[in-house]
Design a protein around this ligand. Structure first.
Ligand code: SER
Length: 592
């Protein structure tokens, strides 16, 4: 069956709209006011407050296509199916329908919309443990649909449990759907849990009815939810029996562009990995820069991941013969491919091209410095072996891949202590993983009072900045809140003066002294605009959004949560104002 990405998105939406779901827009790739994760990693991620019981303005049945970034498997990119960016098709029941509806719908979508052969479908269900009983109900539902008993597999938590996305939050047992490629079983025990390639994953239905607590225990949620996720690229590949996601229509033009620019072919076994890495990383970078809350390359947070993706693409691309300016041309192909599904990319086209070209130039300078360092190293070397520590320094500080150092060394009749390099690399990786775990410690959605107050202060400050600076270019570019402080990025071309900072503080403190209630209303984006609310007007389909009003002091489209009254905030103080990137300023502020 020939199926394009546009057709698949449409089939998905039509199917669930017919069953009473409201389509919602993809949320930003950069989670709003959630300091615990860098990127949106699943469709459920922006919906956590609603899975926990807050009413969603669009109702109890939702569906969407969510932009996601996962960089945990970055080293796997280059194989047939790992991607750092992907689209997740999803549908949700927020305390509405449950297994009885979801299982037959899943079967219907797979067999009637995707036209998959029912005899080749295999499913897994939760085998049960002390936290949650064996899911015989789901198995029976599958049988009733027509799935043979021998194609229903009971598996444990490792395979049939999803979530939470951070350390704490909503989670539950799931049922996963696989397509049998027809390969023989690798052993009598072969099942979808096996990675021999016989079974390919198509879809995951999570029955979210638990909250995982900080102490590791599970407590029942207020409501039983359904959360499903289907990876668009993998499904396109599997449904069409393609050998890799790079053969699907989302990647085909990107791969073709790389082939045109380099004369290399993806059919060449020596080139395939590099072409795939460049295609994947440039696609992800394009979505990160072009996001409605897009970031630019830097040494921290999302900006650092972006930098790594771009530099890794450039390193692999150099071997293919990609030159200055080529990477932004590939990015333009990405924009063209996705401009209808994600129009934000089109509005950010110039920015995407500029940022990628700039980063390439910066990386070139770093590499030049690295070469100087390398020459110095060779000059003072006592033996013919470059120590692992030095090779790691070249990698870590100057972005030299190990292969490159080995090659350069060989040209000078030297070798590299590869084992020493790997030991250093591992040590470093463990350290950075420890850092990443720290980030997740707070759980997925910190809805604590402290962050809610800082969030309210952010709105007041945003408005005060607009008034004090009296410049139409002043707009939010990013927000990050921890229980200790708020951090706010906004577009503005110069440093603020001490007087301006003081005036902003005074305005926010006046709004706090007025002790007005924080009022939340639901309305369409057009109504919000008409009322003069600020915010991202990216919602589609006449979707309802939440608008928070604080007396005369602020009106913004926002998901919350907020303090109940401005008077709860205490005293507002700006602790730092600095440049964040070209044309963007960053403020850190606290409530005392
Ligand atoms: N949250 C689940 C997943 O990411 C289903 O949407 O697979």
């Amino acid at each position: 069956m020939k199926l394009t990405s546009d057709e698949l998105r449409k089939k998905w939406m039509d199917f669930f709209v017919k069953r009473g779901h409201t389509p919602i827009s993809s949320a930003s790739l950069i989670p709003e006011n959630d300091p615990t994760v860098l990127f949106t990693t699943a469709g459920m991620h922006p919906l956590v407050p609603y899975l926990l019981g807050q009413p969603h303005p669009a109702g109890k049945r939702l569906c969407d296509t969510q932009k996601c970034v996962r960089t945990g498997d970055i080293d796997e990119v280059g194989d047939a199916s790992h991607c750092t960016f992907f689209e997740m098709l999803g549908n949700w029941s927020l305390g509405d329908y449950f297994k009885d509806e979801m299982v037959p719908w899943s079967y219907e979508f797979l067999t009637e919309q995707l036209k998959l052969d029912p005899a080749r479908l295999a499913v897994t269900v939760f085998e049960g443990d002390a936290d949650c009983p064996r899911d015989e109900q789901t198995a029976k539902l599958w049988e009733k649909c027509g799935i043979k008993k021998e194609n229903i597999f009971y598996l444990g938590k490792k395979h049939n449990w999803w979530g939470p996305a951070g350390q704490t939050g909503p989670c539950g047992s799931d049922t996963e759907m696989f397509y049998d490629t027809g390969k023989p079983k690798c052993s009598p025990e072969c099942s979808p849990a096996c990675d021999c390639g016989k079974y390919v994953e198509i879809w995951n239905d999570v029955f979210m009815q638990f909250n995982k607590n900080a102490d590791g225990s599970f407590s029942p949620l207020k409501q039983k939810n359904v959360d499903t996720g289907m990876g668009l690229e993998r499904v396109l590949m599997n449904v069409q029996g393609l050998k890799s996601v790079y053969e699907t229509d989302v990647f085909a033009p990107i791969v073709k562009k790389i082939e045109q620019l380099t004369g290399a072919s993806i059919a060449d076994p020596d080139k395939v990995k590099a072409i795939r890495v460049v295609a994947d990383h440039i696609r992800t970078a394009t979505f990160i820069i072009g996001d409605e809350r897009g970031v630019t390359p830097s040494n921290v947070d999302q900006g650092y991941i972006l930098r790594r993706l771009l530099r890794r693409a450039i390193r692999f691309g150099a071997g293919l013969g990609l030159k200055n300016g080529d990477y932004s041309k590939i990015a333009e192909t990405v924009v063209d491919k996705y401009k209808d599904a994600y129009p934000e990319l089109l509005s950010a086209r110039d920015k995407i091209v500029h940022e990628i070209d700039e980063e390439q130039a910066r990386f070139e300078r770093t590499l030049e410095n690295g070469m100087k360092e390398f020459e110095k190293l060779c000059k003072f070397l006592q033996s013919d072996v470059i120590p692992g520590k030095s090779a790691f320094r070249l990698y870590d500080t100057y972005g030299f891949p190990l292969e490159m150092t080995v090659e350069l060394a060989r040209e000078r009749g030297k070798t590299v202590d590869v084992e020493g390099f790997e030991a250093k690399f591992k040590e470093h990786r463990e350290k950075s993983h420890a850092g990443a775990e720290q980030r997740f410690k707070g759980g997925l959605a910190d809805t604590g009072e402290l962050t809610a107050r800082l969030h309210t202060a952010t709105h007041l400050m945003h408005r005060a900045l607009k008034e004090v600076l009296n410049d139409p270019s002043v707009n939010q570019r990013g927000s990050n809140i921890t229980p200790e402080r708020l951090r706010f990025d906004f577009s503005f071309g110069r440093a603020m003066t001490p007087e301006e900072l003081k005036a902003v503080e005074d305005k926010v403190n006046a709004a706090i002294a007025a002790d007005v209630p924080v009022v939340c209303e639901e309305m369409t984006v057009d109504e919000a605009k008409a009322q003069g609310a600020v915010g991202l007007f990216t919602a589609k389909y006449g979707e309802k959004v939440k608008v928070y009003t604080m007396g005369e002091f602020s009106k913004e489209i926002c998901g919350g949560p907020h303090a109940a009254r401005t008077g709860e905030l205490g005293h507002f103080k700006i602790v730092k104002e600095q440049s964040s990137s070209a044309g963007v300023r960053r403020i850190k502020a606290v409530l005392e």
